[in-house]
Write a protein that binds this ligand. Structure first.
Ligand code: C5P
Length: 231
């Protein structure tokens, strides 16, 4: 039997790159906020036992209203946002009492996930320290500095990493303890575990699992969601 799987959904970003005067997680696609599309998948999933969303102080009230409006009964606790993404996740981890649980972290800004993707990530944890999902980049990736190309990276060795990311609670919480006081910005959770020498494996992600970052992403996500809804 698998341990309890708790989904942590950080939604406390400011969305500077999004341009609109709104946190992108609350931007509506087809009449529903971006984060609700993801939260509803976890609510319906038989693989997820609890959901902990992370809201910033300014969004806390409307966040709570939405949990109620969309009957997200798996939400028992809400974590306050942190200055950086890693602190938002840490605030959620601090609310978990069951140390034998598994945590699945998913960006609220990625509304196009499905049960198969969740399962693929969970199934790969095994004896590894963590799982990320990812896809091969479609573009050629070059390392640059000040607009000058330093080198071209071999695409064979590059993965464009997404969420969900899965860890045993204990592994992630130990890794977070080790970075306490360090001034490094970690842009995903696996990087925190890698920093303490953990082994991370890659599950097959999806090109549809886009992160809403700029307004064009919302247009693309809308067409993917429409297609899923029409099925
Ligand atoms: O900024 P970025 O697109 O990498 O954010 C990924 C996810 O992390 C978003 O869902 C965002 O709301 C969340 N986040 C957070 N707290 C922060 C920064 C980002 O919960 N301080």
């Amino acid at each position: 039997m698998r341990a309890d799987v708790i989904a942590i959904v950080p939604a406390a970003g400011s969305g500077e790159r999004f341009g609109h005067d709104i946190n992108k997680a609350f931007f509506e696609i087809l009449g529903k906020p971006v984060l609700i599309w993801a939260l509803e998948i976890f609510q319906r999933s038989s693989l997820i036992s609890e959901i902990i969303p992370v809201f910033s102080t300014v969004d806390m009230e409307r966040g709570l209203e939405m949990i109620e409006k969309y009957s997200l009964s798996k939400v028992k606790k809400i974590a306050p946002g942190g200055e950086e993404r890693q602190f938002s996740v840490l605030n959620a981890l601090n609310l978990i009492d069951n140390s034998s649980s598994i945590v699945l972290i998913h960006d609220a800004a990625r509304p196009v996930i499905d049960e198969a993707l969740i399962k693929r990530c969970l199934d790969m944890l095994g004896k590894n320290d963590g799982v990320v999902c990812g896809v091969p980049p479609k573009d050629t990736i070059k390392e640059t500095e000040g607009g000058i190309v330093k080198r071209t990276l071999n695409r064979k060795y590059i993965t464009s990493v997404q969420t969900p990311q899965v860890f045993r609670f204990k592994t992630l919480s130990n890794a977070f303890s080790k970075i306490k006081g360090e001034k490094i910005e970690f842009t995903d959770d696996a990087a925190v575990v890698e920093h303490s020498g953990g082994s991370i494996v890659v599950a097959e992600g999806s090109y549809r699992n886009i992160k809403i970052t700029t307004p064009d992403d919302a247009i693309i996500a809308e067409s993917f969601i429409k297609e899923l809804e029409d099925k």
